[in-house]
Design a protein around this ligand. Sequence first.
Ligand SMILES: Cc1cc2nc3c(=O)[nH]c(=O)nc-3n(C[C@H](O)[C@H](O)[C@H](O)COP(=O)(O)OP(=O)(O)OC[C@H]3O[C@@H](n4cnc5c(N)ncnc54)[C@H](O)[C@@H]3O)c2cc1C
Length: 443
Amino acid sequence: MILDVLQRIETDTQLPDAADVVIIGGGIAGVTATLFLAEAGLKVVLCEKGVIAGEQSSRNWGWVRQMGRDPVELPLTMGSLDIWRGMDKRFGIDTGFRETGITYVCRTPREVKEFADWADLADRIGMASERLDPAALARKLPAIARDRFKFGLHTKDDGRAEPWRAVPQMAMAARRLGATIIENCAVRGVETSAGHLSEVVTEKGRIRTERAILAGGAWSRMFLGNKGVNFPQLKLHGTVARVEIDGDAGDMPVGGGDFAFRKRLDGGYTVARRNWNVAQITPDSFRLLGTYLPTLMSSWREIQVRLNGEFLKEAGMPRKWGHDQQTTFEKIRTLDPQPMERYNRHALKNLARAFPVFAGARMTHSWAGLIDATPDAIPAIGPVKEIPGLFLSSGYSGHGFGSGPGGGQLVSDLVRGVAPTFDPKPFSLERFTAKGLRPGGAA
Ligand SMILES: Cc1cc2nc3c(=O)[nH]c(=O)nc-3n(C[C@H](O)[C@H](O)[C@H](O)COP(=O)(O)OP(=O)(O)OC[C@H]3O[C@@H](n4cnc5c(N)ncnc54)[C@H](O)[C@@H]3O)c2cc1C
């Protein structure tokens, strides 16, 4: 369904012989890096194996938020929100960004504690957040079921944007600034010369370059694995729906323990069953079990583990290949998993209890996406030490629509060798091999 509504843009067909930087992957991580590098005057080429924003970057809920984020990631997330705020004006585009604020509503003591603790953290770092008692909740969210929720937390600076068009619009802006963007162009690998990156090899030919950014979303682990680099990354399946209702549930994205919704600019609402992502068991689940165990133990309530056909499908994918061979990247142009309709029905049932205006909601579309998650749920942004000249911007762990522009800014700073806008240390790949990796929350 997503591919039917995703905004398509004009792209390039001619692969240049050489570039200052090649970007691998046309999701929000790759496109924002391309945009900022092109703005800085570099000759940039972006290769996307399918279509711009065909995977996670068009399938997400469209929340742009700092609320609830890990303190380690907050400076990047807050900076990213600043970029979102200025993006449309700066580049003459329309991403659909609206600074609506967002609210979480809590019923159980565990939920109340989680968000009250986070409000304390926001106070400590001077970030605006508002604690809401049931009366204040009813004023802020007039459509809410009275007295169903004990506590709410509101962050007025957060917002939402339209995933079906935001990243294509950014890619359009990058092209206007001189970037070359090529769709249906899988990158098979990179070559080195004298120990430094020298070429990017695509299915359409080779590009000479000394710098490349891998922004391959859920594919980054496989790509790096072929070069002997172990990037820990697993995939979580998330199901989403678009519904229409007769009334109005308000402009603000709202999350509860078992539902989430966001108003869309096309008049509908994007809804999902919050805290019910599915971890499909694959061969990587066993290879990475030790690394992910602490996270699984701390987030077991939010993750459903399933064994299905995905195991054999992934087991059949080559882990090593040569650059003259057709790769899995060419065979699977776009990850387009089936939605789990039972999850959408649950979301709508829970939502109708919390916001009665959703009773009788009509579901017009449903879709799914695979969220790429690192063991600590923090992205990896920085140089890949084993391949000098190659940088990684991946593993956004369910947060990348909001924090992607911040990640694009950071990786473009690192590639250019200028003072980084954000401290890169929390995002280094080396943390995965260091002792004491912290467990992350569920995506
Ligand atoms: C259901 C769902 C809900 C979500 N909700 C939110 C939300 O509300 N807010 C939020 O902040 N985040 C959310 N996210 C997460 C967010 O969408 C992602 O973190 C973000 O889009 C990741 O962007 P990316 O560019 O890293 O990856 P992607 O968007 O997946 O892009 C990676 C691209 O790389 C391409 N690629 C891979 N390998 C190659 C290769 N070898 N050659 C060429 N191209 C290649 C792929 O085809 C793909 O297009 C959600 C995600 C999902 C699935």
